[in-house]
Write a protein that binds this ligand. Structure first.
Ligand SMILES: Nc1ncnc2c1ncn2[C@@H]1O[C@H](COP(=O)(O)OP(=O)(O)O)[C@@H](O)[C@H]1O
Ligand SMILES: [Mg+2]
Length: 276
């Protein structure tokens, strides 16, 4: 079950690793040194106060912003700058943004298929197939949002979030980035998103989940990386840390580690020692 599980046998190579990522917007240094490594079969939470740099980090991975420095590795391979969501998808990364929502005037099925609309003879939109596929993905995820032809503008915040996640799940990519997936959700909707995340882990995905809901994080994440003022403060295995420690890292009561965090190092290096 989530929370208790340390990723016991992580693959030697992280699915996604960031090293020394920097980014300024004019005179604002949004990111100074962001680093973490996320493995397949792991839910890796990124936490931090407002303005810590969580969303900017995600947007650099997906190419919405260009970093000023640092390196990104996917399955151990250095990635050149990614340009937009389509290229991120090609690299195996699906994303649910915090502030780039669904298209309100379009219905659920169309939103879920955007960027990858099913066509007949390569020309005509295959509406029936699109509806069928959307309904199947939602059913598989145990999501009940009614007719897939319902405009997204008519859905509650929670339903929209679930549809946005379902859309990313439909991409079936090994790396999933979720930015505040439970912001503004009710208790039941939050629990539902939590179950979706648990299933993604069980399916072997590397799930990188930004959240400032520590209840949620401690229930569903395996490890936590804390960002503060654009810096990685450290990474902790959920089973080996406490809420107090994480809060201290968020607020700065516990200072940033001088070296790369122990938890990341242990996971990164252990398998290499076994297999030279
Ligand atoms: N497009 C932008 N232009 C200028 N400043 C930005 C932009 N995006 C983010 N910032 C700034 O970068 C810092 C980090 O923001 P963000 O990544 O959104 O933080 P978080 O998601 O952790 O709340 C903040 O100081 C924010 O004001
Ligand atoms: Mg944010």
């Amino acid at each position: 079950m989530a929370g208790s599980a340390t990723p016991t046998a992580p693959a030697a190579v992280p699915a996604l690793e960031l090293r020394g990522i920097r980014k300024s917007f004019g005179s604002v240094a949004a990111l100074e040194d962001v680093h973490f490594a996320a493995y397949r079969g792991e839910v890796h939470a990124i936490v931090g106060d407002n303005g810590a740099g969580k969303s900017t980090t995600i947007k650099i991975v997906t190419g919405i912003h260009k970093s000023d420095g640092g390196e990104i590795f996917v399955d151990g391979e250095g990635m050149d700058a990614v340009h937009g969501a389509n290229e991120a998808l090609d690299k195996g990364i699906a994303v649910v943004y915090q502030d780039l929502a669904l298209v309100e005037c379009l219905d659920i099925a169309t939103n879920m298929a955007l960027g990858n609309l099913p066509k007949r003879f390569g020309l005509v939109l295959d509406r029936r197939r699109m509806d069928r596929e959307a309904a199947k993905v939602l059913a598989d995820l145990n999501v009940r949002v009614g007719d897939v032809k319902t405009p997204v503008g008519l859905l509650s915040g929670g339903q929209r979030q679930v549809v946005a996640i379902a859309r990313a799940v439909r991409m079936d990519k090994p790396i999933m980035l979720l930015d505040e997936p439970t912001a503004a959700l009710g208790v039941q909707e939050t629990a539902h998103v939590g179950r979706m995340i648990d299933e993604l882990r069980a399916a072997g995905k590397a799930v990188i989940c930004i959240s400032h809901d520590l209840d949620f994080v401690f229930t569903h994440a395996d490890r936590i990386t804390v960002l503060r003022l654009g810096n990685s403060v450290g990474t902790r295995v959920v089973a080996d840390t406490t809420r107090d420690e994480i809060v201290g890292m968020i607020t700065g009561a516990i200072p940033r580690e001088a070296t790369r965090d122990a938890a990341t190092h242990a996971l990164r290096n252990a398998p290499e020692e076994v297999t030279p």
